[in-house]
Design a protein around this ligand. Sequence first.
Ligand SMILES: [Zn+2]
Length: 318
Amino acid sequence: MEKRYIGIDLGGTSMKMGIVDENGQVILEKEHPTLKEEGPDGVINRMIAHARELADLSHTSWQQIGGVGVGLPGFLDIPNGIARHLTNLGWTDVPIRDRLQAGLGLPVAIDNDANVAALGEAWCGAGAGVNDVVCITLGTGVGGGVIAGGRLLHGMNGFAGEIGHIQMDPDGHPCNCGQVGCLETISSATGMIRLANEAIAAGRSSLLREKAGQHQLSTRDLFEAASQNDEVAKEVIGQAVQALARALAMLSIVLNPARFIIGGGVSKAGDALFVPLRAAYRQRTQKNAQEGVEILPAKLGNRAGFIGAAGLIARREK
Ligand SMILES: [Zn+2]
């Protein structure tokens, strides 16, 4: 009988979960509130109950399920299956893998949310069919995950793939990570909006000034203003694109991936982001390192997390 796998993408407000087949195709998916105020015990018990419910609703026998993978937002001890610090959830040192395994009677694997999203895209999204993929999420922060030779890269402390914290400017803005001038301070939505607000505060004239007076600026406002030839918006987007292209050039030298997959809210700008990004990447990257390399938008949206989480188990068995 064909095996099926359950993936859970646990966030601070909701848990997205799904049951997938051996190829990562989604059979059924559900979303439930996390209810983090119930604490680790309450949340873990509901993860178990919802996993069983997913099997029932999809007419999958428990024996048919090969295991459950979980993506978690924060710092993990992956070999020991422990959630060390999940800031969004307020969890410290929760042995989540063993607790789930005991409650489910199935193999359980955990990984961080950026890594499972990368694995999802690599498995059956924009990275399908190639073995070397780097995924970058441009949202509030800049997340990343690296699949090299078909495997997720973790490194010694699980920090591999945290592309948002490559230092681009040694004199740059302080980053949440304790460093300064990280890629995240320039190319995330937060970073781009900060740079636009700084330009406005410095007295630059811009279409964004009026918008900033009405509501919190968004990257959508920036791309819209840039399309109307607004200098400040074009500069901020240009900086974000150049910093990202430099990071991709470095990653090409170290990892030589076949594809860079870009997701997250900022990537919704489409060609306004991808066309200049590809051009800057071509210009900045050594010839052999960039040959045949593609820069593509992510395909799976917010389903990448639970699909990749299921892949932690599904791909391990092969
Ligand atoms: Zn940083």
